[in-house]
Design a binder for this molecule. Structure first.
Ligand code: SF4
Length: 349
């Protein structure tokens, strides 16, 4: 993937003075598993906020619970516990009618643009559909707005009359973006929006998302398994492991000085453009697969794979807290203290 352009840092003071667009507190989502009485603890106590015009990158391996957080925010699945506020309004238990207005304010960009676009509809009808559904414009009057929105995502007016199967993967994702943004939502949940695309077009779609976000000013929950993707897009990053956030902080600080051994492992695996730097890096190879969310380990959930775990880690869960007194960088690890960091780099699990 060629490198997308780095996103400029946002003024932190601007975020602090505004009410968050999204505020999630103590979110829990448990599912009944196939076996009788078994429960999958997909999300277990996640709290996060996203400010106006801010991009939060939510990162984790498959099964970490990051997509379930996105589904709860969109109310595509019912939270087991916790609270979700959008623009200061509690949306945790919205009625069916309330859900209609929510669908105007929050939109999703799906991972697989092909399966999310109706193959029997033209692009023009697909992109106009949110306008018609929410009574913003009749189908006949929506044409100008659709053409303008297609232009914003880099597609010409002729695309309106084409069908999804006539487009490339990158073009289909642009159509998905146009449909998600035509109502100018407050919040966009982008769930792995480039992972199904060819590597050759990933960077151009990421750059497009960054440009649209800057121009339109929407807030974004950007969900991905790939830390290198959010390095260029996110203002802040939250790293999830087995249903919980283990580290969160401003993008630059988290990339420059990751505190949690899991984040250190993810970063050590991310490719860097400079081959000499790549050779110098010590890679942390984590042993085994993540444990089952049906029976998460006691103590720190990461202890079964952590290269620097100590006895305390097996019994005592660490709180997510600011351990080094450095702004809003929070970590859930017993070994992080104001004067030292665990360093998993150079160790092998
Ligand atoms: Fe590793 Fe212990 Fe820190 Fe968990 S609390 S990340 S097991 S050192």
């Amino acid at each position: 993937m060629s490198e997308p352009q780095a996103r400029p840092k946002r003024a932190e003071a601007q975020r602090e003075t505004h009410e968050p667009v999204l505020e999630v507190s103590g979110l829990v989502k448990h599912y009944a598993a196939g076996e009788r009485g078994k429960v999958v603890r997909a999300v277990d106590g996640v709290s996060l906020t996203i400010g106006e015009g801010e991009v939060l990158g939510l990162v984790g391996e498959s099964g970490s619970g990051k997509s379930t957080v996105g589904k709860c925010v969109l109310r595509l699945t019912e939270p087991t516990a916790g609270r979700i506020r959008l623009g200061g309004r509690d949306i945790t238990h919205l009625s069916r009618r309330g859900m209609r207005s929510l669908r105007r304010d929050v939109h999703i960009v799906f991972q697989d643009p092909y399966s999310s676009l109706n193959p029997r509809f033209t692009v023009g009808r697909i992109v106009a559909e949110p306008l018609v559904r929410h009574g913003v414009a009749r189908r006949s009057a929506a044409a100008d707005r659709v053409t303008a929105m297609l232009g914003k995502v880099g597609l010409g007016p002729e695309t309106r009359d084409r069908y999804p199967h006539e487009l490339s993967g990158g073009q289909r994702q642009r159509v998905g973006l146009a449909r998600s943004l035509i109502l100018e939502p407050k919040l966009v949940v982008a769930d792995e929006p480039v992972s199904a695309l060819d590597v050759s077009v990933q960077a151009s779609v990421l750059n497009l998302i960054a440009d649209l976000q800057r121009d339109m000013g929407f807030s974004c929950l950007f969900i991905t398994h790939d830390l290198s993707v959010v390095e260029f897009l996110a203002d802040r990053i939250a790293v999830m492991y087995l249903g919980q956030i283990v580290e969160t902080g401003p993008r630059d600080r988290l990339f420059a000085a990751p505190e949690h051994p899991y984040t250190q492992a993810l970063l050590s695996a991310a490719p860097v453009p400079d081959p000499a730097e790549q050779r110098r890096r010590s890679r942390v190879v984590l042993g085994g697969d993540p444990p089952s969310p049906v029976r998460p380990p006691a103590g720190c959930r990461f202890h079964t794979r952590c290269p620097v775990a100590v006895d305390r880690c097996r019994t005592e869960p660490p709180d997510l807290m600011n351990r080094r007194l450095n702004g809003d960088h929070l970590t859930a690890c017993h070994l992080v203290s104001s004067d030292s960091l665990p360093d998993a780099r150079g160790t092998r699990a």
